[in-house]
Design a protein around this ligand. Structure first.
Ligand code: SAM
Length: 280
């Protein structure tokens, strides 16, 4: 580590309620040489609320390539630079992770000042199991790629947490309902803000309720883990037997899989996996 060097101060900021900022973060923002912000207009509101006059500069997805080496150079020469994102903890689904990585590679000191993040807030607000969870960030926008990404998660015994834009939320919920039928789910919207909403239902019910709705604000989608009872009692031979019966009765392989998924509550891709696996 470089002795005369400064520090990158990774500062978590509120995800909606300006009261959710720590004393330590306020102190860091006040005393830093500069604040690198994902959106200077958003950060300016926080700074003006707390009467902080530190110079603000933009650090975002579109300028990070050029700005990262420049900021690293300034920290090497002794500056203390605070990094903030639009909301929450820098580095989580925003370009902050690149700057942290570059500073660590350069042997510089990085201090993370913890605080709000939409993941943990939504997880706890959802009431879904918290003992194991998987954060999937933003899912792919194309339905096919999204279905493939979800297929890889079907067996995970954990609550799944995704960030999503309000406009894409209905389509993503439909994909979630197709991939994880019967599971509990939650939609957490506008957390810590005036119009905070946490809707809890089965994933199909949530999808049906949101299709056609013009959602506003920020959204986190959550899906509970697979039902332990279904996992434990499912007998793969019984699934294969039922598929054979349905195909013998004239169903296509695809229809038979869909029917068995609906009868058992298993995800379709799981029924497919069983159908192609060799019988034990
Ligand atoms: N770094 C941030 C963090 O730690 O939470 C996340 C940045 S990511 C670009 C923005 C996403 O976070 C939004 O699309 C939304 O999914 C989620 N988010 C942020 N604030 C939220 C809020 N108040 N309520 C619900 N979701 C929120």
């Amino acid at each position: 580590m470089n002795g005369g060097a400064g520090t990158l101060l990774v500062c978590a900021t509120p995800i909606g309620n300006l009261g959710d900022v720590t004393l330590r973060v306020l102190d860091a923002l006040r005393t830093a040489d500069a604040i690198a912000a994902e959106d200077t207009r958003v950060t300016r509101k926080l700074l003006s609320r707390y009467e902080i006059h530190t110079p603000l500069e933009a650090y975002h997805e579109h300028n990070r390539q050029a700005r990262t080496p420049e900021i690293v150079g300034r920290i090497e020469r002794g500056e203390r630079i605070a990094l903030v994102s639009d909301a929450g903890t820098p580095g989580i689904s925003d370009p902050g992770a690149h700057l942290v990585d570059a500073c660590l590679d350069a042997g510089l000191r990085v201090e993370v000042l913890p605080g709000p993040s939409a993941i943990v807030t939504a997880l706890v607000a959802s009431g879904l199991p918290t003992d194991a969870f998987y954060f999937g960030g933003f899912l792919p926008r194309k339905p096919g790629e999204r279905a493939r990404a979800l297929e890889r998660l079907a067996q995970l015994d954990a609550t799944l947490v995704f960030y999503e834009s309000p406009g894409r939320t209905p389509a993503t919920l439909v994909s979630l309902a197709e991939s994880f039928p019967g599971r509990r789910a939650a939609l957490a919207r506008e957390l810590t803000k005036l119009h905070e909403e946490v809707a809890r239902a089965s994933v199909e019910e949530l999808a049906a309720a949101m299709v056609g709705r013009q959602l506003k604000g920020e959204v986190v989608l959550l899906v509970g883990p697979p039902d332990a009872a279904v996992q434990l009692t499912i007998d793969e031979d019984v699934v294969r037997q039922r598929l054979t019966e349905l195909e013998a009765a004239g169903r296509t392989r695809r229809d038979a899989i869909r029917e068995v998924a609906s009868e058992t509550g298993l995800p379709r891709n799981e029924v497919y996996r069983i159908s192609v696996a060799t019988s034990s």
